[in-house]
Ligand binder design. Sequence first.
Ligand code: 9MR
Length: 451
Amino acid sequence: MTMPRRAAQAFTAVLLAASTVTALSHTAAAADTLGSAAAGKGRYFGTAVAANHLGESAYASTLDREFNQVTPENEMKWDATEGSRNTFTFGNADQIVSHAQSQNMKVRGHTLVWHSQLPSWVSGLGATDLRSAMNNHITQVMQHYKGKIYAWDVVNEAYQDGSSGALRSSPFADKLGSGFIEEAFRTARSVDPNAKLCYNDYNTDGVNAKSNAVYAMVKDFKSRGVPIDCVGFQSHFNSASPVPSDYQANLQRFADLGVDVQITELDIEGSGTAQANNYSNVVKACLAVTRCTGLTVWGVTDKYSWRSSGTPLLFDSNYGKKPAYDAALAALGGTGTPGGGDGGNPGGNATCTVSFARTSDWNDGYNGEVTVKAGSAPINGWTVTLTFATPQKVASLWNGTPSWDSSGTVMTVRAASYNSSLAAGASTSFGFTAAKNGNNSTPTLGACTAS
Ligand code: 9MR
């Protein structure tokens, strides 16, 4: 298609204006995602990410829309980064880090010293060699990511389950003794003094023998000046390991030691209202603790969860928002969401009204803006029709999803994913550019339908 230069310039200007509008209205949409709602409370809301799913568009778009922090699920572990001694492989982890950076997401480094996913060459070393291999691993990995990681899980899962309160048997504990934890933290601090250094564990979510042992360690570290900044509570819950009633109190007692606390690997098996209530309680517990700086769920979608059959996450296998999503968002103070099972407006009182404005006009085209306003009840979706005079044609549309009747004159626009939910009385708008093709009339606006 050829266009006279002036028309082409005008068209470019319109497209620029259109993309500006998209960006502005997206940011302006108040707290309608987990990340933005958490940010409103001074927290982040993150997820574990697997590099091999980033190419799946629904995975990446859900990740980018909802979350503002990521933890590589496996890609930074010892077996992934140093499979053979002193040969480092960062490709998959780098992919996650650059994706996160392009989206302004924080990255949690997971994890430097852990008994699991540990290559067999490490377990085979004698004490002296093991100590230098551990310090070298921490140094090389942290140096590679220096300046890009907000917090590292320096040591992961060092304590035994059950009532002993003892360290778990591992090559590190068995050969280096309990001092390996302190040594790992001191090495980590010397490599990247700007990264927060965390201890991370599971079954430490309530007050129990295991969390008491971690508590005693953190208290000791703080009293002796061993560098530790934060404690991660993995929070993998199911019916055998439910959300403890003293969850918040436990987070608070750690925070009172002078460390930040984070929910680092949250997933809760179940479905429906029960699962939603559990998520709500966990989010509220974090918000109630000033030093609880953020939450991370252990995966974007049930489809790829390590406990997939327990459907423990916020998005179902088709990336649909679950009631648990609605509950987590509501607990964060976010606005209502579409498609969240029981989380929306179930009544028949959802209404909306529309108005139209021509926001700019030029020889052969104009921009139109349609404002959609919810009635006296919140709405989860809206649809508007516009009938255009022939031979006008819509060249582009933003902040809505258009479809056309067979004559090509009646355009039905439904909400975009991010502007479908409106609180009672709240408004949003979509816009379009139309080519006049010799007809300067204004389209006829149909009624607004809300759901
Ligand atoms: O989700 C991770 C899964 O893909 C791995 O196969 C597994 C191997 O140990 O690790 C899972 O993540 C774990 C995390 O790194 C540490 N806490 C427990 C997590 C769930 O097992």
